[in-house]
Design a protein. Structure first.
Lengths: 236, 331
């Protein structure tokens, strides 16, 4: 039984079908990468899973069909998205952003304190910045905050949309290293990424998306060279 | 190593001092606003009435700020809610002989019901579409006030509205009105500050930041937009009712588009999204024309020039002037 699966999930922007009927699945504890060039439909797939765009088809969580346009229902089951561009709340402090991550459990609970301690242990830099306005932090710190805020929701599966966007390679490596560690502790991850080598280093499995449809399923251990993947990128 | 540690220590001390100075500066606009109210109260005269109107507008704009500044939505129709509550208060007290307090409470309740009915469908719209829809609400309310003559008496308006008061005690002096309105405005601004720092306020600010990111965290965006709309309508309703009891008269012109223009100017000059901004903006904007009265024919030109200068040098509003000063200190 897959932890999360999409069944013929498609999404449209007006009359444009940005995501054609797509089936993907993620097992418990698995790290799945979704690769593809710009405009392939990767972010739309994430937004369709979360119900943030008009969509058709179904999303199953532990074989239970989830409501199609109800992100709160997914969040309450532990399906948490770190959106493209981080989606941090700039005018608020780092602490307030983290509090919003645990919005469904509330602030004055032991559960909240334990989640906060865990996140601050993973990202010690956030502890130093708790009272700082989130918008005034560097791009790398903002991405740490975005991931930390998602972890405050105690996810069963984390959906990350291009966390490397606009970040220095060293910062990206640091964040991905943390994600790898979280995955080793049992957290399932879907990582959307343009930079295939980065994602394949961590992933157990990868889907290659092109022009809104899955064109290949890849086992990263069997990838001899990136030429084959690059062919899909440049074919668009 | 020791030098490095000393430099770090010095940097930390400087940052701490700069933080304290910023906090002090952040309070300054609010303190100036309160000082103006106190000065007017002690000095008396014509300005007492002017500042009283400023305080009523401060309440109105505080509500608008909750909807626009904190939640990131747009509304050009808050005047409709002030009109509904204002007319309800006026009609209930003059035609049916109700006391001021129950009439005022009824006015706010009616405002909330209308805001709920209107807001539920209207808040599905975004950006310009929401702005146009709310503008239409304001225009419809104005037309109803003009046309429904059997109740509102059209352009003639309703006069003889009793002054503010409760349990047989009436506030008959301008100073009394000013003191009461200062108390209510203070409570209104205080409540807005509490909302901003509560779970509700954080959720509202999250909606303003990114609706998708908020939704993905399980925040019911539609619910918080509606809540913000209702709270803003309640503030507008309170301001609308207070106005008719302070002036003793109401006509459609009171709640026309001029009210929307004035409220937006106060909000942006004071500082949208700040707690003290609406109070500071309302007091300054209401006093500006009085300040330039001696300019006679050039009064409007001077008023406009000052507004332009304020928005150039304090684009985030007077309540954010501390940023400007601390920026200069750093530079």
């Amino acid at each position: 039984m897959a932890l999360l699966a999409t069944v013929a999930l498609s999404a449209c922007y007006g009359h444009v079908e940005a995501l054609k009927p797509t089936d993907i699945r993620v097992e418990d504890g698995e790290f799945v990468a979704v690769l593809g060039p710009n405009g392939a439909g990767k972010s739309t797939l994430m937004r369709a899973i979360m119900g943030l765009v008009p969509n058709r088809g179904a999303v199953h969580f532990h074989d239970e069909a989830l409501p199609r346009r109800d992100p709160a229902a997914l969040a309450s089951r532990g399906v948490i998205l770190v959106p493209e561009g981080r989606g941090i709340f700039g005018p608020m402090s780092v602490a307030e952003n983290l509090e919003l991550g645990a919005y469904l459990v509330g602030r004055h609970t032991a559960e909240f304190e334990s989640r906060l301690a865990r996140v601050l242990a993973l990202f010690p830099r956030l502890r130093e910045r708790l009272s700082q306005t989130a918008g005034s932090m560097s791009g790398g710190e903002q991405q740490m905050l975005a991931v930390g805020r998602a972890l405050m929701a105690n996810p069963r599966i984390l959906l990350l949309d291009e966390p490397s966007l606009g970040l220095a390679p060293r910062v990206t490596a640091e964040i991905l290293e943390t994600l790898g560690e979280l995955n080793r502790q049992g957290l399932s991850v879907i990582l959307v990424e343009q930079k295939a080598p980065l994602a394949l280093r961590l992933a157990n499995r990868a889907y290659l998306l092109s022009l809104g449809k899955i064109v290949a399923e890849i086992n990263p251990r069997e990838v001899q060279s990136y030429d084959e993947i690059a062919r899909y990128y440049f074919a668009t | 190593m020791r030098l490095h540690a000393t430099i770090l220590q010095l940097k930390a001390m400087t940052a701490q001092q700069s933080g304290s100075r910023r906090r002090l500066l952040a309070w300054l606009p609010g303190v100036i606003g309160v000082a103006i109210v106190l000065y007017t109260f002690i000095g008396g005269g014509y300005l007492v009435s002017v500042v009283s109107f400023g305080l009523i507008y401060a309440l109105f704009v505080t509500g608008l700020n909750l909807f626009m500044g904190y939640t990131g939505q747009v509304s050009f129709g808050q005047n409709a809610f002030a009109a509904i509550s204002g007319y309800m208060s006026a009609v209930l007290t003059t035609t049916y002989g109700w006391g001021v307090a129950p009439a005022l409470a009824c006015g706010i309740a009616a405002t909330l019901v209308v805001a709920l009915v209107v807001g539920y469908p209207a808040l599905r719209l975004k950006g310009h579409y929401l702005a146009m829809a709310t503008l239409a609400i304001g225009l419809i309310a104005y037309e109803v006030a003009v046309q429904w003559q059997s109740v509102t008496q059209g352009y003639m308006g309703i006069s003889g509205i009793p002054p503010l008061g409760v349990f047989g005690y009436e506030i008959t002096s301008d100073r009394g009105n000013l003191a009461f309105l200062a108390l209510v405005a203070g409570l209104g601004v205080g409540a807005a500050a509490l909302i901003r720092h509560s779970r509700l306020g954080r959720a509202m600010t999250a909606v303003a930041g990114s609706e998708d990111a908020a939704r993905a965290l399980g925040i019911d965006v539609a619910r918080y937009k509606l809540l913000a709309f209702l709270i803003a309508a309640a503030y507008a309703g309170l301001a609308g009712s207070l106005f008719v009891h302070v002036v003793g008269f109401v006509s459609p012109e009171v709640y026309g588009l001029h009210m929307v223009n004035l409220a937006f100017t106060m909000l942006y000059v004071g500082g949208i999204g700040t707690i003290a901004g609406p109070l500071v903006g309302a007091i300054i904007i209401i006093l500006l024309p009085e300040t330039f009265r001696s300019f006679r024919d050039y009064q409007d030109m001077a008023y406009g020039a000052v507004l332009i200068l304020l928005l150039i040098y304090a684009p985030r509003g007077l309540a954010s002037l501390s940023d400007l000063w601390s920026g200069r200190a750093r530079g």
